[in-house]
Structures are given as C-alpha cells and as structure tokens.
Design a protein around this ligand. Structure first.
Ligand SMILES: CSC[C@H]1O[C@H](OP(=O)(O)O)[C@H](O)[C@@H]1O
Length: 373
C-alpha cells in the first residue's frame, strides 16, 4: 500500500482559487500601447518580485531572451514578433527606402535569432515577421510597419487560442483527482494563456476537475520551484514542490497518474527537446508504467528536423550551476561543470504529443506529418 501523499489543498486554500488561472491579468508579454516597446514580466525576479521590463532596443531584447527574463518557447515567439515590429518602426523612420529598410530588418532578425538556439518558436516567429517585409518588396516601409503590427498581434492571438485548445485536449487525458508530475515551467508565464505543458492543469481546475501536482524544482535555474509552483499555488491548485531527484519516489508511491511537460522543439519522428532532465522523467515514467505527455503548439514542431539528433542543444554558463543564485552561500569552489539547457526525449518514451490540432500518437512520423496535410 503506497504511503499517503502530501495533504491535498485545504478547503480554505481551494476557496481562494481564482476564477482564472494565471499569475496576473497581464500576459507575460505585451506590446506597449504606443507600440514603442515590448513589455515583459522579468521572470528572473519571480517569485519574490513581480516587475515589468520595457524592451525598446535590440540589445535589451536580445539580453532579455538570453538571460531568460522572458522564457518559454511560445512566450519567446510572441516576444520576438513584437520585438521585430518595434524595431521595424525605428528602422522605417531611418531608412531612405525599402532596400535600406529590408537590409536593416534582416540584420535585426539575425541578431535576435542568435540569442537562443533550441526553442524553434524564436526563429519561427522572426521568419514569419520577416516574411511580411519580404512579401512587400519595393513598398513604402511606413505601410509595411502597419502590416507587421497586425502579424505580431496575430502571432499572439493564435498562441492564446492554441494554448486553450492544447489545454482542453490535455485535460481530457486526466481524471478527477489525478496526480500529475511536471518538469520545468510551461504555464501562463512561458506559454501565455493557460500554458502548454501545464495548461491542462489550469483548464482542469477551471472546469471542476481536481488535480494534485508534483512540480520538479528543475535545476539549475529552478523554473519549477520559482515559477511553476508560484503560478499553480496562486491559481489555488494543489501543488507539491519536489527536488528533481524525488521524481522516482513520488511515482513509485503511486501518487502520479500522468507526467506532462512542454517542448521547445519537436522533430518529425517525435523526439522532443525540452528542459534538461525531461528525458530522465520520461524514462522513470516508462519504468513505472505512467503515461508521459509532451504538449506544445504545432509552431514548435520543426518540419526541417528529422530526428532529435538534429536539434541544437543550447549550452549555458556553468556559473548557473555554481553560483546557486537562490542561496545565500557564495559560489561553489571552482569546478568543471556541464550545463546543457535541454535534452531530447526519445519518441519511444512519449505516450502522446498534444497539439492544438489534435492528440498525436505513435508512429509519430505519420501522426505529426498528418498535422500539416
Ligand atoms: C514549452 S515552453 C516552456 C519550456 O521552456 C523552458 O526552457 P527555458 O526556461 O530555458 O526557456 C522549458 O524547456 C520549458 O518546457
């Protein structure tokens, strides 16, 4: 008989549940009303401080993405769309004509695209925005800027709609009272709206289905501890924060009926890149016979990527491991560290891939390709 799990949320806690699930009533990424800057929640300061940043120049935009002030594949994509628009307004005011404007925007696109390599939504959104520029060759840049604003807003609106559908479909895979293990953060902050990997938890909660969440802290940057547990508890959802090395025991105790994670890039054979440690969770889930679900929009599926071996894995600064930014003690002594930001979960370990166009099951080479037919 498995031990009793952590106490479920008390009725009082449940009573504080919010009508809508989310950190704030503002998305993690917005366009400033005058169109002159992108406004983001600085996720590096959460959960202790909720502060907004205004990104008005390319360097601030690059740094915000690279330093994970804005993070999560869908949020990065929406941010990139608005960044491209804000920069296009500036370049259009300077350019003598279309050629100068288009060349300047290619440079801006390439610069922003170099901030992080793994989350495909960054390059996808920038390419989509630049495609609008290229589609209006020879036209007045001032007129193109208006079309770019429409495209950036469309990316945002589509993302919110996709998040809702992914969350609805994901919630259909859960039963009332299920325990769900999460890794990293793929809720409203990372994916806007309900989120993706954690979206079903908010959708289920908002539609009367109780879930008990076990959130991996997700070293080294603690997206799970700092963001996922923060978002879920503010939404009144029963969440228990665990260290990454505790995932096995909560599964062994029978407290977990499903694992749900987001994704940063999915290859066409179903291999999925997500935060480092995700593949380990998938191997544990397979060992304990627990369904493992990857959730994300079709914009995260890379049609030019045959397998996970083709996904470039971002390597981050080893100091993120050694400084333990959240702890009082000084940095660990000088020691060699390995700090890949992501790993790839083999398609054989994935029960289903949930997208806004439907729930894909193996063989993924067929089911993913069918999404684009
Ligand atoms: C699916 S978006 C959330 C996704 O992004 C996280 O990575 P990072 O915090 O480095 O942007 C992680 O892979 C999450 O699954």
């Amino acid at each position: 008989m498995a031990e009793e799990g952590p106490e479920p949320a008390t009725p009082e806690a449940a009573a504080t549940q919010t009508a809508t699930s989310g950190v704030t009533n503002v998305d993690a990424v917005e366009l400033r009303a005058d169109g002159g800057a992108v406004v983001i929640i600085d996720q590096t300061l959460l959960p202790n401080r909720l502060e907004y940043l205004e990104l008005a120049d390319a360097k601030d935009m690059y740094d915000a993405i690279f330093q994970l002030k804005v993070r999560g594949a869908p949020a990065i994509g929406v941010c990139a769309g608005y960044c491209y628009y804000v920069l296009a307004r500036q370049e259009a005011a300077r350019a003598a004509g279309y050629e100068e404007f288009a060349s300047a925007m290619e440079r801006q696109r390439a610069y922003l695209n170099s901030s992080r390599p793994t989350a495909v939504n960054l390059s996808w959104a920038l390419s989509r925005m630049h495609g609008v520029t290229l589609a209006h060759q020879g036209e007045d840049p001032a007129g193109i800027v208006g079309l770019l604003r429409d495209e950036a807003v469309a990316i945002h609106r589509e993302d919110l709609a996709m998040s809702e559908e992914i969350s609805r479909l994901g919630a259909s895979l859960l039963k009332d009272g299920d325990g769900v293990l999460t890794h990293c953060n793929a809720g409203p902050l990372a994916c806007l709206g309900y989120g993706t990997g954690q979206g079903p938890l908010y959708y289920a909660h908002d539609h009367g289905k109780r879930v008990r969440v076990f959130a991996d802290e997700t070293r080294p940057l603690l997206q799970g501890a700092r963001l996922t547990s923060y978002e879920l508890s503010r939404a009144g959802i029963d969440v228990t924060l665990i260290c990454d090395n505790m995932a096995s025991i909560v599964m062994k105790n029978g407290w977990v009926q499903a694992c749900m994670v987001g994704c940063d890039r999915v290859a066409m054979n179903g291999d999925a890149a997500n935060k480092i440690g995700t593949s380990g969770v998938a191997i544990l889930a397979a060992h304990y016979g627990i369904p493992f679900y990857v959730l994300g929009p079709t914009s995260t599926i890379d049609r030019d990527c045959p397998t996970g071996d083709d996904i470039k894995i971002e390597q981050r600064d080893p100091d993120e491991i050694k400084t333990m930014f959240y702890a009082k003690p000084k940095a660990l002594p000088e020691v060699k560290c390995y700090n890949p930001a992501f790993d790839v979960t083999d398609h054989s370990l994935i029960t289903a891939i949930v997208t806004e166009k439907g729930i894909c099951r193996p063989p993924y080479t067929q089911s993913l390709a069918a999404l684009f037919e």
